[in-house]
Design a protein around this ligand. Structure first.
Ligand code: GLA
Length: 389
């Protein structure tokens, strides 16, 4: 059923919050990632956290077989029959349809008709994972509304499956995991091979986390993302012919990778090398944070960006400009692009005394260079997706 393009979706029924009597409200956060980029799908360690910028969902049952979704931001929506859930040509609808499809698969007949208003304060395409927030918030809400009894792990995995199969991005598990399991003021050191994790205190005083949204989002993001993943899988399968003991690319020792240099294209070699180094950096960064070695931590962020730019090649001119500028500024310990890449935010570790001046200076330089405004985003670390009412 999921392979057909949805032509039977009916016209949206506008829903208005002012006269909407909801049964349930859900808040689902975005996420940041301090380090460990593009290695979740390679079995690596990542260091993300849920944030206080969220998507809010208002749900009610409607006693029919029809599901009506209304986006307050887009002032648009769509309706579909719970008995005919299929992919849509409109991208954002697929996040929701995919979640409904997979809940149906796990628990047939559990969802009846419902109305839902979605209101987001998460900028899309900014590397803050508005997609996982949408998927996991929808799954958490339906789970509560219809008392389905899904576990957090089921919500994490079905949301990831929705993104793979309905949206078409072959993402890792970091975003969904973080959006569901985030904890206030904590970073999550997550091993993406087995989902074992440990919370790390995020207090970096006198430094602050500053997010700067480049306000560019190059539409390479989805296709290049899948290409990177395919490159890594191809490299691993070449190595596994001789070394079946390595189940994930991050587990391949550097000297083993080196011994395959002749069998890999230069690009594949560079990407694999990045993956192996980034996993090491993430573990070092977690230790540095725990030991309050913030300068070491900052340097690892700059190195991560260097690898993402030159070896993994998922950055862009605008992000590179921002990170290069950050390097020249006193009081800025580290900066790098964050998330899938090709636009979105950089994350910066900035001494609180210079934060305001830094934001002014980098915004001015960026405006002069690209004629685009930077948006600073203040975040604090927050709990994962939850039902408020
Ligand atoms: C996106 C994906 C994640 C992860 C990051 C890059 O956010 O959804 O799974 O791969 O990119 O680290």
């Amino acid at each position: 059923m999921k392979n057909t393009t949805q032509s039977q979706n009916r016209q949206a029924i506008p829903l208005n919050l002012e006269n909407f009597v909801q049964e349930l409200i859900v808040e689902s956060p975005g996420r940041i990632n301090l380090i460990g980029e593009h290695i979740d799908y390679n079995g690596g360690h990542v260091l993300p956290a849920a944030i206080d910028k969220k998507i809010k969902f208002y749900f009610r049952k409607n006693g029919t077989r029809l599901c009506n979704i209304w986006s307050k931001n887009f002032e648009n929506g769509f309706s579909f029959s719970i008995d005919a859930v299929a992919m849509s040509e409109v991208e954002w609808e697929n996040y929701i349809l995919g979640v409904v499809h997979y809940i149906h698969e796990i628990s047939p007949g559990s969802i009846q008709g419902f109305d839902c208003i979605v209101e987001s304060e998460l900028p899309m395409g900014s590397g803050l994972s508005s997609s996982a927030a949408l998927e996991c918030g929808m799954a958490t809400g339906l789970n509560g509304l219809f008392s389905i009894g899904l576990s957090k792990d089921q919500i994490i995995h079905l949301s990831r499956d929705a993104e793979h199969d309905f949206v078409g991005t072959k993402c890792g598990i970091m975003d969904q995991f973080t959006v569901v399991r985030g904890k206030k003021d904590q970073l999550i050191l997550l091993n993406c091979q087995n989902l074992e994790y440990r919370m790390i205190n995020a207090d970096i005083e006198p430094y602050h986390l500053v997010l700067l949204n480049s306000n560019v989002s190059h539409n390479l993001a989805s296709s290049e993302y899948n290409n990177r993943r395919a490159d890594c899988e191809a490299t691993l399968s070449i190595i596994q012919k001789k070394h079946p003991e390595y189940q994930y690319l991050v587990d391949v020792p550097e000297e083993v990778l080196l011994s395959f240099k002749d069998q890999l294209s230069p690009t594949m070699f560079e990407r694999a090398d990045y993956v192996i180094q980034e996993n090491k950096r993430t573990l070092m960064a977690a230790d540095a944070l725990e030991d309050e070695l913030f300068e070491v931590f900052g340097k690892l962020l700059f190195q991560s960006h260097h690898g993402l730019r030159h070896n993994y090649q998922v950055s862009c001119e605008e992000l590179d400009f921002m990170v290069d500028f950050a390097k020249t500024q006193a009081g800025v310990l580290g900066a790098r692009m964050m998330g899938g890449g090709f636009g979105g935010c950089t994350i910066n570790i900035v001494h609180k005394d210079v934060a305001a001046n830094y934001i002014d200076a980098i915004s001015k330089a960026y405006r002069e260079q690209f004629n685009i405004e930077l948006t600073p985003i203040e975040v604090s670390l927050s709990d994962g997706a939850e039902i408020l009412k």
